[in-house]
Design a protein. Structure first.
Lengths: 598, 311
């Protein structure tokens, strides 16, 4: 118990110290944040290994929350190490940045461990605030950060209503002691409570329709913030909350499952289609951060053990490869100072390690075997097929959405690989790979991508997922270690053929385009690859509507609100007499009403 | 011991050596039938092997300014993934009750890898034409993948939600081939069209389109890497029809007279592929997209609905 408080307190205290430290002591700031985050990560490891289960009125430390805690710590370590060098190129308020990151870590620990619903909503609300401050690190992102804050804050207040309803029904505020079935009895109030929690989880994780803050903020916020919050931490927390409420707090009925599956599928397909046509690397990645949530929601929506395990595992895998991809985009920006894919190209030769990391992470997110993304997607698919065994008819719709979404993801990452790393650039670059503090997280995360894929059953599933959920009942077959071994043998065979072949006579030569010289500014940029998809008439209309933000709940509500307030504004004429008249009129109405009642 | 045995399967039979020899044979059939359609004599039996060996001996040219590692790795990647699929398929044909490496979903995913290899090859060549070809390959993949997934899932529905290849085969042994039902035959037709596109053969050869972008992703390849690519394409021509035979048409049996029947099934599919290839003009890539996402996906959905109705 003390260790739990300690791990929450250390980043908080370190954050305060850095907060009050004068600006110029940047080295102390960096040292303090690195040390505090390392200590809290080590405490998390000790907690993970030694502590079985603690449940009291305030905190709940069980197999699910302890692995979330472990990975929040891990990603925090990576992001802080990466930021040490990177952040200098972005902002001068280094101490503010680090202190808010540490506050975020502390609040996330709290949210993941909270057993008391009030405590949960306090931590949750505080996270919205730190997110706001982090997005606005450079003071140039007021609109974007307010958008994020309003979306998250609004769903947060919805959740507070949900907490109120839960208290009204069960007169308890402890997550561990609430268990409501939506299958029988009065379901109206519990359903509303469940939906408010779903809204909070969706907004945090970035599932549709509460996703719009992510692409907007990604353009302005420092990249490590994007890598830390929407890509990894918010996924961990949002999906954790969703899993918690759909596994232990509520027992879902078929219409609730249907809602989850529907939103999951729409999120996958719609977001990935948006990603296909982006020109800005960060925006593209952030649309994928939305699309991948769909798989997690689908997995949890299946309601069977294998699907839920797949959803949680996908959450973990996504946090790994997506934070990796964002950090890689950060390195690209650090070197080239642009995120426009029309201008990039040919970086593979200059940044080889970053390139390999990008390929691994891209193949992982596209679900190519044997990387980690494949295993979790494959488990989600089994969950969906299992629903069919249980008599559902619509499983095929969700499954096709998920599998086809995976092909679209591959397409959009092939575009990234081409237009950023291969292909030709507009100009000649002259730099090498980035600093080691920026490479280290990328290397580690890439190793995790491969390791969690190849040894999926031996390591992550066995250590993290199965203890949290119990037996998961896989019925498909995927022997990842054997498959990897065979692939390696195959690659060795291929190189054997190279040895047999005439590889002594290797010559470099200019490219061949019908024998013509080609000027270096004539090049194919990857960004136009999918224009022929865009030009399909139905899709064209949808894309145009999306660009006008018709699908953006926030913008639509904003328009609606302004339309109403513009009318109401007329009442505020500024004439005192009119105001007094209104006051008297109102009082008169009130008196009359009270008289009627009395 | 199991591991060593699996590696042996992978290298010799039914893996690399077997599939490579069969692929070379199949490519000869392809060329011979094509020649017959065009009223020519066609190449001698050993010609594909001669081609392969000759390419191995040729000089290898690597385009300047390309990513060498990716350039040389891509053909190997293609070869590897096809070999794994072939090993998995034959393993289930011979011993349906014993699983090997992965299930149906894994095979569908592994079958995407040859395309990824071609795309990476095109991208790493630093040639505008190969980039265009690779981007077309990607769009081609996107277009056929949707109906392909749906049609394969029809087999899953009809076999009672089985995703292990072995169980699908055993289901067909007991209840007749999937393609025996109306929904099954519809899905089978859709899958055949998707197979044509997966092989990037006419009318879906826009990625290579020799007369417009001179081979697309392969334009810069020569010598040994090209030999490996060619071999892997031949192997794919051998493996993909077998996959369809396994999923829809009762599988490939090797006992007694069944062997002849199985070979006939395979050759029938092969001849269909070759005939389509030799009698159709090329679609533009946007036409391919509209064709696959429109009518063909509609057919596939119809097959799903029929499958739910039990016909």
């Amino acid at each position: 118990m003390n260790l739990i408080l300690l791990t929450i307190a250390i980043p908080l205290i370190a954050g305060f110290l850095i907060f009050i430290l004068p600006k110029k002591f940047t080295n102390i700031t960096k040292f303090l944040s690195t040390i505090s985050i390392l200590i809290s990560f080590i405490i998390n490891i000790i907690l993970f290994i030694n502590t079985e289960k603690i449940v009291n009125n305030y905190f709940m430390f069980d197999n699910l929350s302890k692995f979330i805690l472990l990975f929040i710590g891990l990603f925090a370590v990576f992001v802080i190490i990466y930021s040490l060098k990177y952040i200098e190129s972005v902002t001068e308020n280094i101490n503010m940045y680090f202190s808010y990151i540490l506050f975020t870590v502390s609040a996330s620990y709290g949210a993941a461990l909270a057993n008391n619903l009030i405590l949960l909503s306090v931590f949750w609300g505080f996270l919205g605030f730190t997110l706001y401050m982090l997005i606005n690190t450079n003071d140039n992102a007021t609109a974007e950060s307010s958008k994020a804050f309003i979306i998250i804050g609004a769903t947060d207040s919805l959740m507070i209503i949900g907490i109120g309803i839960l208290y009204y029904i069960t007169s308890s505020l402890n997550i561990s002691s609430i268990n409501i079935s939506l299958k029988q009895g009065p379901i109206f109030l519990p359903t509303i409570a469940f939906l408010t929690f779903v809204a909070a989880a969706f907004a945090k994780a970035g599932a549709m329709p509460f996703h719009t803050w992510i692409p907007d903020m990604s353009e302005k916020a420092p990249i490590p913030v994007t890598a830390f919050l929407p890509a990894s931490l918010d996924k961990l927390l949002g999906i954790y909350l969703l899993a918690r409420i759909s596994i232990s707090v509520f027992e879902l009925n078929s219409s609730m499952t249907f809602i989850l599956l529907l939103f999951g599928s729409i999120t996958i397909i719609a977001a990935v289609f948006m990603a296909l046509v982006q020109h800005d690397l960060r925006k593209l990645l952030s649309y994928h951060a939305i699309s991948q949530v769909g798989y997690m929601v689908l997995g949890i929506g299946t309601g069977n053990p294998v699907g839920i395990a797949g959803g949680l595992f996908h959450m973990l895998n996504h946090s790994i490869y997506k934070s990796n991809l964002f950090l890689i985009s950060g390195s690209v920006k650090y070197r080239t100072n642009t995120m426009n894919m029309d201008k990039l190209g040919g970086l593979a030769k200059y940044m080889p390690i970053t390139f390999i990391g990008a390929v691994i992470a891209s193949l992982s997110i596209s679900g190519v075997p044997p990387f980690n993304g494949f295993v979790s997607k494959w488990m989600v698919y089994q969950g969906l097929i299992d629903m069919g065994k249980a008599g559902s008819k619509l499983w095929i719709l969700w499954l096709v959405a998920a599998m086809f979404g995976s092909a679209l993801t591959l397409a959009s990452f092939m575009k990234v690989i081409y237009s950023v790393f291969l292909g030709r650039s507009e100009k000649k670059w002259s730099f090498g790979d980035v600093n080691w503090t920026m490479l280290l997280p990328i290397i580690f995360l890439s190793i995790l991508c491969v390791g969690f894929g190849v040894f999926a059953f031996a390591v992550p599933l066995k250590l993290f997922i199965i203890p949290a959920l119990g037996e998961i009942g896989l019925f498909g077959l995927w022997n990842s270690q054997m498959a990897t071994l065979l692939m390696l043998v195959g690659i060795a065979l291929g190189f054997l053929i190279y040895l047999i072949g005439n590889m002594k006579n290797v010559r470099e030569s200019d490219i061949f385009i019908g024998g013509e010289e080609i000027p270096s500014n004539k090049r194919v940029t990857g960004t136009e690859f999918y224009d022929s998809i865009r030009d399909i008439s139905i899709l064209d209309k949808i894309y145009k509507m999306a660009e006008k933000k018709y699908f953006d709940l926030y913008e639509m509500l904003k328009k609606f609100t302004f339309a109403i307030t513009n009318r109401l504004r007329l009442i505020h004429s500024g004439k005192l007499v009119a105001y007094i008249l209104w006051i008297f009129f109102g009082m008169a109405v009130l008196f009359i009403l009270l008289n009627i009642r009395g | 011991m199991e591991t060593l045995k699996s590696i042996l399967y992978f290298i010799v039979f039914p893996g690399f050596l077997f599939t490579a020899i069969a692929g070379i044979l199949v490519s000869w059939i392809d060329r011979k039938v094509t020649a017959l359609v065009q009223w020519r004599v066609g190449p001698p039996f050993m010609q594909p092997l001669y081609d392969f060996v000759k390419l191995l001996g040729k000089e290898t040219i690597i385009p300047r300014g390309s990513s060498k590692f990716t350039f040389l790795l891509s053909p190997v990647l293609s070869l590897t993934s096809i070999t794994i699929v072939s090993t998995m398929l034959w393993h289930t044909f011979i011993m349906p009750s014993k699983g090997f490496v992965g299930d149906l979903i894994v095979i569908v995913y592994l079958l995407v890898m040859p395309s990824i290899a071609i795309i990476l090859a095109g991208f790493s060549s630093a040639n505008p034409l190969s980039s265009i070809g690779a981007s077309r390959e990607m769009k081609l993949l996107l277009s056929y993948e949707l109906p392909f997934i749906i049609s394969v899932l029809v087999a899953v529905i009809n076999s009672g939600n089985e995703i292990l290849m072995g169980n699908i085969l055993m289901f067909q042994n007991n209840n007749g081939a999937i393609a025996g039902s109306l929904s099954g035959i519809l899905a089978f037709v859709v899958a055949i069209l998707c197979m044509q596109a997966k092989l990037a053969l006419v009318p879906f050869d826009a990625p290579e389109a020799e007369t417009e972008i001179t081979g697309g992703p392969f334009i810069e390849y020569s010598g040994t890497p090209l030999a490996i690519f060619k071999l892997s394409r031949w192997m794919l021509l051998f493996v993909l029809p077998l996959f369809l035979v396994g999923v829809f048409w009762g599988g490939f049996r090797i006992e007694g007279i069944d062997l002849l029947w199985s070979v006939l099934k395979y050759v029938a599919l092969l001849v269909v592929i070759i005939l389509i290839k030799n009698t159709a003009p090329r679609f533009r890539i946007d036409q391919v997209l509209k064709l696959f996402w429109g009518p063909i996906t509609f057919l596939a959905i119809l097959a799903v609905i029929l499958a739910y109705l039990g016909v």
